[in-house]
Design a protein around this ligand. Structure first.
Ligand code: LLP
Length: 433
């Protein structure tokens, strides 16, 4: 099966995190997002343990909230001793409401407004990751008004192509994110930042992309970043003591995707970091990474109920479900591949090829094309879309006035609870005046 928290029961039902998805669909209704809490914790521990083993106790992984942000997940991050990456006042507020210690939060984004900057400072966000010189100036101004010294990292682009979806490639020189090393602008921004009395420049950040499988991308990024650290030491007399290498490890959506082992990946990065530090005569900096997808993606699933099955002889077949691009926009946006199952017919042979589509008034509302399903698929069957824990709920919309589904957490093989309530029709008009 596509993820190791999936199994098939004796009666041919799909089990997720040890629980019967057909029963869960009955209990909570569909569409519904399911999250395997034990899997999230297992991934956090894998990152934390690897960081401890290969770096030192200062090196903590930061969960990239954008992958999936709701209060309960920040409670889990607190319990697992993780830091977080946040990109908006909304994510900061959600973490704050969950009681997350925001000293361990790193505030990203390429365009922080003055309101965001003030909001983040009001809530004690530990680190600002400034994307460009304008942000540095805006942070300096607000920190100056408050008479504080704000810790900061500078986001730099190492000029690496990670070979992933175009929308997910962020570390190239031509990117809306960060300041390029190659053009000399990075050196300039460091020099400028160091002149600001209310900013404590802790170091540098880069993020090469997301859903990355390419060998050695992270290692090459680490080398380039450390060479830049040495260049700043030599030319500006400034030595960074933190290096944040971003997120981006790929996960398995379909059988052809490889499985990346977190321990192995962190070990490879640590070897590149240590060798380069030695070569350049640098002390080992405090290392961070910001995994999002690789912590939550395979901890998630969306369950739907099938409706209309339409067969167009000589063309193709369509199976419609009671959700679609509003809850799962990644196929519509990126043509992203997924594995789908008919959760109540897991023992039937899959000989019927169909496009699984949503219920929106738009032809692009597709969850996946060319899916092999049982011949008998039809109304009331439960359709499971796997590896849906990242960039689904966090990217959900209410297109066609479809309410955003509930998020239900599963744990311990038999417990389940609602972490985010499903929206009601009343919620859809709450802000209309
Ligand atoms: N750090 C930074 C600065 C980022 O921009 C991102 C992702 C991450 C960390 C986490 O990357 P991850 O480990 O999750 O790959 N909506 C797209 C993904 C956009 C990723 C944006 N940045 C998708 O659904 O594929």
């Amino acid at each position: 099966m596509i993820c190791d928290n999936l199994k098939i029961s004796k009666d041919g039902h799909l089990l997720f995190a040890g629980q019967d998805t057909v029963e869960l669909a009955k209990k909570y209704g569909t569409p519904v997002y399911l999250m395997d809490e034990d899997k999230i914790r297992e991934k956090c521990r894998a990152y934390k343990n690897a960081f401890m083993k290969y770096f030192d106790e200062r090196a903590i992984p930061l969960y990239a909230s954008k992958a999936n942000s709701f209060k309960r997940i920040y409670e889990i991050m607190t319990e697992e001793g993780m830091g977080i990456d946040v990109v908006s006042s909304g994510e900061i507020y959600t973490a704050y409401k969950a009681g997350f210690d925001l000293k361990k939060a790193y505030f990203h984004s390429n365009n922080k407004t003055d309101e965001d900057i003030a909001f983040a400072m009001d809530h004690g966000v530990g680190y600002f990751v400034a994307d460009n010189i304008e942000e540095v100036k805006a942070v300096e101004a607000e920190a100056g008004r408050r008479g504080i010294k704000q810790k900061m990292l500078l986001r730099l682009t190492p000029g690496i192509d990670p070979h992933t979806f175009e929308a997910d490639a962020t570390g190239k020189v031509d990117s809306k994110f960060g300041t390029a090393i190659e053009t000399g602008q990075a050196l300039e921004i460091v020099g400028e930042t160091l002149k600001n009395p209310h900013i404590e420049l802790k170091g540098f950040h880069c993020h090469v992309g997301s859903q990355v499988f390419t060998e050695d991308v992270f290692e090459r990024a680490a080398v380039i970043m450390l060479e830049f650290v040495a260049e700043c030491r030599d030319k500006l007399g400034y030595t960074a003591d933190e290096l944040d290498l971003g997120g981006g490890y790929g996960v398995r959506y379909v059988d052809t995707d490889p499985y990346l082992d977190i321990d192995t990946k962190v070990k490879q990065v640590s070897e590149a970091v240590k060798e380069t530090c030695e070569r350049l005569g640098l002390e080992l900096p405090e290392i961070h990474m910001e995994p999002g997808r690789s912590i939550v993606a395979d901890a998630g699933m969306v369950l739907y109920t099938a409706g209309t099955v339409k067969k167009i002889p000589g063309y193709k077949n369509y199976v419609s479900v009671n959700g679609g691009m509003p809850d799962s926009p990644r196929y519509a946006l990126y043509k992203a591949a997924y594995t789908l199952y008919v959760a109540n017919k897991m023992n039937e042979p899959c000989t019927f090829k169909a496009s699984v589509v949503g219920r929106c008034c738009e032809s692009g509302d597709i969850l996946q094309e060319g899916v092999m399903l049982p011949e008998s698929v039809g109304r009331y069957d439960i359709i499971a879309l796997c590896t849906a824990g990242a960039y689904h709920y966090s990217m959900a919309s209410r297109y066609n006035k479809l309410p955003i589904p509930a998020t239900v957490m599963l744990r311990g093989g038999n417990e389940s609870y609602v972490a985010v309530k499903g929206e009601t029709l009343e919620d859809l008009v709450r802000n209309d005046v």
